[in-house]
Design a protein around this ligand. Sequence first.
Ligand code: HEM
Length: 532
Amino acid sequence: MVLPLDSIRVIALVAIFASTLFKTFQGIIRHRRAQAFAEAHGCEPAPKRRQKWYYFGADTLVESYRHKKQFHYLELLQQNFTEYGLTYTSSVLGTSKLTTIDPANVEAILKTQWSDFLARPARKIPLDGLVGPGILTADGNLWSTHRKLMQPSFKRKSLEDFGLYDEHFERLLQHFPTPGQVIDLQNLFFGFTLDTSTQHLFGCSSGTLAPSSVVSPEPALAGAFDRSQRAAVEKFALGWADRFRPQLQYWRDTSRVHRFADRYVKLALQRKRDNNDASLEKQESKGTSEGSASASLPRARLNFLDELCERTQNHDDIRKGALHMLVAGRDSTASLLSNLWFMLARDKRVWHKLKEEVDALQGAQPGSENLRDMTYLRFCINESLRCHPAIPWSLRAAGQDTTLPSGGGSDQKSPIFVKAGTTVLIPLYCLHRRVEFWGADADRFYPERWEDAKPGWSYIPFLAGPRMCLGYQFAINTASYVTVRMIQELESISPAAEGPWKEELGLSMASADGVHVRLAYRKDKASAVPHM
Ligand code: HEM
């Protein structure tokens, strides 16, 4: 039976009307429940950011975009905190947003009520295509399974094998220019961390800094990985609108990264099977039940994949584990090094003091004990992560209606209601510059302040609570080792241009102008004659 056109129109209109009525009714009930919930918890509203069209928030988007283009977005957030207090709300394209640097709220979001706040909503669009659901992009049971799988690889001992860096550090030195010429250290640091991360995670380096005479086993990997990461940043900015962009290049790049990962996961699983067979044969021939499969692996150069294979033989989990680590660790560590060296090149006093500490090693390569004893180096790294946190913020979404302990009412001390779906932003950059904790000179790079600093929740460059960074020790070891070895080569360093540090916001935060410097070498150093 075919319905006449008029009847179809009537049915469609009734369906639209009924569904609108139902949604409005649902909305009213939800709103009432939320009100009752907020009242029961003594909540008061937090200050609202002034916006021309509050619920649409297009003026905020335009303002943010303008500041981002001029590399001042974090300053805009600073101004907002001065104007509205430590916690304020806004609306972006109909989604409520809560921005806070109140330590009581920060502790609740990251620790005491952490399971109310989800990481996946903000990360699935930018990262799913490149790494899939895993430790960075999942919540709940899936997150917990992946976290348990990764955690044993970050025990202190397994992170102190500095031999991993030697070959790559030598390659980095070969890019140092003749005295007086300008070099962008930031470029070198991003190349170095991609080479060492792929070496550590997959057992095969991307060879970004390798001399042209060395044929890289993965010549196109670095480009594909860099483009995929840049696309992740654009996807984050575009959100759901990203699906309307052409995706062919992205698809090609992520497929290349996946093929690379798959190849090395397969090899690691094969090694694991071979080792099991070998150890079984050994046990049988000895007629003893002593020893284990892992005991027969050569411990010295185990890579992350080999280690993961000890705990699971699921190809997909192993691949995700390594790719998530690559995304989490590569840019952030390179940004830390860049931000630190940007300041070292400009602050002669700090440079001389640090050089003095390094000179106590009398040119010997630093080991883990030496690095632990270098307090001024640690102060410099802390201060760099305070002033220019390599990850400048943490983003969550409320998974259910909930509350936060502070920010409401005229004195901003009452609890506040947080509706399910609200985006929650903690700008670490602004938290780390609060004058109440760091004094009137909070904006100044001054490592000595760490002599008696006890920061608590006002300094969390690696976050805190159950989702704290897994690789923080690894990152600090890498940055310390590279910094000491570079200082051992250099007599002095000077910036190629003046001007303040400006933010470049990507998956991590580095200097928008790079780190262009001139180097003067120590007389006895081979790097005084560059090789490239
Ligand atoms: C200076 C370098 C680094 C900084 C500043 C840093 C900072 C952070 C921050 C702030 C988070 C939390 C993000 C959030 O949830 O909002 C995080 C998470 C994470 N980081 Fe790092 N990170 C660094 C290096 C590394 C390295 C080298 C690795 C691994 C090799 C790593 C692995 C991870 C992982 C796996 C997570 C997710 C933890 C979870 O959600 O359970 N990070 N990092």
